[in-house]
Design a protein around this ligand. Structure first.
Ligand code: TRP
Ligand code: ZN
Length: 899
């Protein structure tokens, strides 16, 4: 086994800090070319420390230490030592004392976007997870919670807006055209929630009155000139505040709640106390610049960061292994919010798609980890789909198992016990267990075991006894994670999961049957939550008059792969009749996957183009599905979801054995073309029927109509004749909103046509000054199937519209190509892999967090043929041999090569 993977740190090595910090008094003077940071830390020994005489060791990164004082006395050489990123205090320390450091930092040269950095309109911070140490010397760990004040000084004309956490407590002018402002945060917080801003920004202001009658000032700060793009984010914030009061009884606790948008940002947004900093992508929106999905994402991210105020800030994480304590729970909360605000069914389907596209591959690859990992090399690599998305699924399972009311009681108990504390996932589960009375001991395996369990379910009907028996077996083979820990001599125990299997039974007419389990005296409804706890278990339903069709895993009640041998007829039956939106959609996805599996085999055998693998009845099922959107009670948004065939990424993951990306691409495209030709009439009719004439609104109903209409457009475009091209170009030319514009542009971008080049050129010309729209222009090209995509993406690296220093641009052009365009990324000539490796090496020198995210494209290299594997291995080895490679990329590449 290789040992190039950087040194791991282990959860079991956690010890409480030797010192605690009561207050932090910061003074940050921003000058041209540098900033001076003075930090006064009121410290005392931690009575809970393991070693009562341990030395004080502060952490700092890229800081130049100017002076250090202990209770005002300047420390000399020999009284402290600097070693790598650590500052050791040798001087004798009283029980409590104030340590004051003065350091110089270089925010203008900070390309990592962690700590204090320059972006176009000023200076911004990002401290999670370990960015505060790039601002000043500190005990930069979340179990050290302090009260902060910060005084910011900067040039007044260039940086008129000075912001910090909490409340403004003073401001004034200084010599030389400078000014200052002081902010004080009344709440104790870990350093990762610190934030400050010095910038030129416009502001939208509004007020929210809390349920106890307190007035909160809400402010959204954006780049000058963009105030007309902030309204939606502000509305989302106020809706979130109301929702958290109504659903969880949680009230805003500060007088100021500020959101600042910045164009250069590694992730989506950050929940700093009272001063959220957001990627512009999740703030700015206008009907002509943002799509329906953008509007929806803004709602969700604004809600997510707001919900963190309680789940994350008031109660925070003891250490970074507990990240899912705040992230899984807060994603769960923003998902519940999304289901209440938009269509519940569509929201759930989209979440499952995200899980399958991003989390299942992670769980099956070299970076597999449980939602609470036992070890990591670089914490930034664990802001993962597993910690976030699977973490939310785990919370959702608790919610399903104990029910809504007990869950609410559990949340109340969690806050009653832990407000103001830094706690662990056990503490959360204990509150849920104590509030509900349900023993969650076995359930906690979800926190420690990696991998997507497989649930093998078989149904047997016995006409003589009128019994329907479901045999349930769970499989959870060890993943790369368990294998690595085993090899390191730190094995993790594995055992059966406790999970909710929500189900119903349908009769031949599609009616839901009353469910009575053996041993029960009467039926209890038509939907049950079965508690699965054993490796193998059987459930017997009584009084079932004829063989039913089981509707399993309703609402996707557990993050598992379900194996049930449905026939095509049963799937069509569920598609038409299941009362559960997820199961209806899922039946359609299964039917399509079964057909595509046959198609992939046919293409590999050289016979794909005969289309003999497509059942003649399939187009009829899809015709009925399309028609159902217009029947009474029909939901166009759900039909749009159902019309989308499983993506190539999902099909890759569903492949047992070696993946053939070309056959997957060919089969999927052939099935789309087949449906387009067979259903041309109904698709065109639906397209015209669904036209929205009312003024644009991102609300669910209009957005649903647009989603289905644009799905129809996408199919019709596959016919690829003069008529379909004219339809697409007419939409492109006449659309009055970005949703319709992008749908048309995406349709035309698939083809190597003059129309494509013309549309792309006109689009860029119109939108070159709107950075977020330029990102769309890049992404529509990087995700296109057109044969020249690889060359075009390489050429776009040199285009003035691209900027490798901007994460949004990198994600739109490079990551989208590597992660969402498997046909081109896995090109048999290795050009995609070489392109990715070049980009990773170039990015690593500037921004390791972003480089590492691109490197994850290699996670699944072992699933491909030996030829592709050898090409990928060459690139992985080339990255690994780079001198000075970041820990971030070294961990990802090292684990990939070890797999
Ligand atoms: N806590 C943030 C969230 O989920 C995530 C985040 C924002 C982040 N920026 C980051 C994590 C930078 C790591 C590094 O809402
Ligand atoms: Zn979060």
């Amino acid at each position: 086994m290789r040992t190039d993977t950087p040194q791991a740190i282990y959860l079991k090595d956690y010890t409480p800090p030797a010192f605690l910090i009561e207050t932090v008094d910061l003074d940050v003077a921003i000058e041209t070319g540098h900033a001076t940071v003075t930090a006064a830390l009121a410290c005392h020994r931690n009575p809970a420390a393991a070693d009562p005489s341990a030395a004080l060791v502060l952490t700092g990164e890229e800081l130049k230490l100017e002076t250090i004082r202990l209770d005002g006395r300047l420390l000399g050489q020999g009284e402290y030592a600097l070693c790598d990123d650590r500052l050791l205090i040798h001087a004798e320390l009283p029980e409590s004392f104030t340590l004051t450091t003065v350091s110089t930092i270089n925010p203008d040269g900070n390309t990592q976007l962690s700590g204090l950095y320059r972006s176009k309109d000023g200076y911004f911070t990002q401290c999670e997870a370990e960015g505060f140490r790039r601002i000043t010397w500190f005990l930069d760990r979340p179990d050290v919670m302090a009260k902060y004040t910060v005084t910011i000084h900067a040039d007044k004309a260039q940086f008129p807006v000075l912001l910090g956490n909490g409340n403004p407590v003073g401001a004034g002018d200084e010599e030389g055209g400078r000014h200052w402002a002081k902010w004080e945060d009344p709440f104790r917080k870990p350093s990762y929630l610190f934030a400050m801003v010095a910038a030129k920004l416009d502001m939208l202001e509004d007020w929210f009155v809390t349920k106890s009658g307190r007035k909160v000032r809400c402010a959204v700060y954006v780049e000058p000139g963009k105030l007309d793009q902030c309204g939606h984010a502000m509305a989302a914030l106020k809706k979130s505040m109301k929702w958290d009061e109504d659903v969880f009884g949680l009230e805003m606790d500060l007088d100021h709640y500020m959101i600042v948008a910045v164009g250069d940002f590694n992730m989506g947004a950050m929940e700093n106390k009272g001063l959220n900093i957001f990627n512009t992508k999740y703030v700015l929106a206008r009907p002509d610049t943002a799509t329906d999905i953008d509007f929806q994402n803004i709602d969700r991210v604004v809600a997510h960061e707001y919900f963190h105020n309680w789940t994350g800030n008031r109660v925070t994480c003891r250490d970074w292994f507990q990240l899912s304590l705040k992230e899984g729970l807060t994603v769960f909360r923003d998902q519940q919010f999304g289901m209440d605000m938009h269509s519940a069914g569509v929201t759930r389907i989209q979440e499952v798609r995200t899980l399958r596209t991003a989390q299942f591959p992670e769980d099956a690859g070299p970076m597999a980890h449980p939602i609470r990992p036992a070890s990591y090399a670089e914490i930034n690599n664990f802001y993962s789909a597993t910690v976030y998305e699977k973490g939310a699924e785990v919370i959702r399972m608790i919610h399903t198992l104990i029910g809504k009311d007990a869950f609410r009681k559990g949340m109340d108990l969690y806050f009653a016990r832990h407000d103001g504390q830094a706690v662990t996932c056990e503490d959360f589960v204990a509150a849920m267990q104590d509030a509900s009375g349900l023993d969650l001991t076995q359930f906690k395996r979800w926190y420690n075991q990696a991998g997507t369990p497989k649930l093998v379910v078989r149904g047997a009907y016995d006409a003589a006894t009128k019994r329907f028996t479901l045999d349930v077996e769970q499989l959870y083979p060890a993943t790369a994670y368990e294998k690595r820990l085993e090899a390191e001599g730190k094995p993790v125990a594995r055992g059966a999961y406790h999970l909710p299997l929500v189900l119903g039974l349908l009769d031949a007419d599609g009616r839901e049957l009353p469910l009575r389990l053996a041993g029960e005296t009467s039926a209890a409804g038509t939907q049950r939550v079965l508690s699965v706890t054993e490796d193998r278990q059987s459930f017997v339903f009584e009084d079932i008059a004829a063989a039913p069709v089981p509707s399993l895993l309703r609402g996707f009640s557990a993050p598992v792969v379900l194996d049930y041998p449905y026939t095509a007829a049963e799937l069509t039956h569920l598609m038409a009749h299941d009362s559960d939106a997820f199961c209806r959609w899922e039946a359609g996805q299964r039917l399509a996957t079964d057909i595509l599996t046959a198609g992939i085999a046919a293409y590999q055998a050289g016979d794909g183009d005969s289309l003999a693998w497509i059942p003649t009845t399939y187009a009829d099922a899809i015709r009925a599905l399309l028609g159902s959107a217009f029947a009474p009670g029909g939901d166009p948004a759900l039909v749009a979801e159902a019309l989308a065939l499983p993506s190539e990424v999902v099909l890759i993951e569903a492949t047992d054995g070696t993946v053939d990306p070309d056959a997957i691409h060919a089969a999927r495209l052939a099935l789309r073309r087949h449906l387009a030709r067979e259903l041309k009439g109904p698709l065109a009719a639906a397209y015209h029927e669904l036209k929205v004439d009312a003024p644009y609104s991102p609300e669910a109903q209009q957005a649903g109509a647009r989603a289905l209409r644009n799905a129809c457009l996408g199919y019709l475009a596959e016919i690829d004749d003069a008529e379909s091209r004219a339809l697409v170009m007419t939409q492109f030319d006449t659309a009055d909103n970005m949703t319709d514009t992008m749908a048309a542009l995406a349709a035309i971008a698939q083809f190597e046509l003059a129309e494509r080049d013309d549309a792309l050129a006109r689009f860029l010309d119109k939108w070159k000054d709107e950075a977020l729209v330029v990102d769309k222009w890049l992404m529509v090209q990087s995700t296109a199937r057109a044969a020249d995509t690889g060359q075009r993406v390489r050429a776009l690296l040199q285009h003035p519209a691209f900027d490798i220093k901007n994460p949004n641009k990198v994600y739109a052009l490079i990551r989208a190509f590597c992660a969402a365009n498997p046909k081109h990324f896995h090109a048999a000539d290795g050009s995609g892999y070489a392109f990715a490796a070049d980009a990773i090496l170039q990015l690593d020198a500037m921004n390791p967090q972003v480089a590492s995210r691109i490197a994850r494209a290699f996670d699944r290299w072992r699933k491909f043929d030996t030829h592709r594997q050898s090409l990928a291995r060459v690139q992985l080895a080339r990255i690994q041999s780079q001198n000075g490679l970041s820990r971030d990329v070294a961990e990802v590449v090292g684990k990939a090569l070890d797999s």
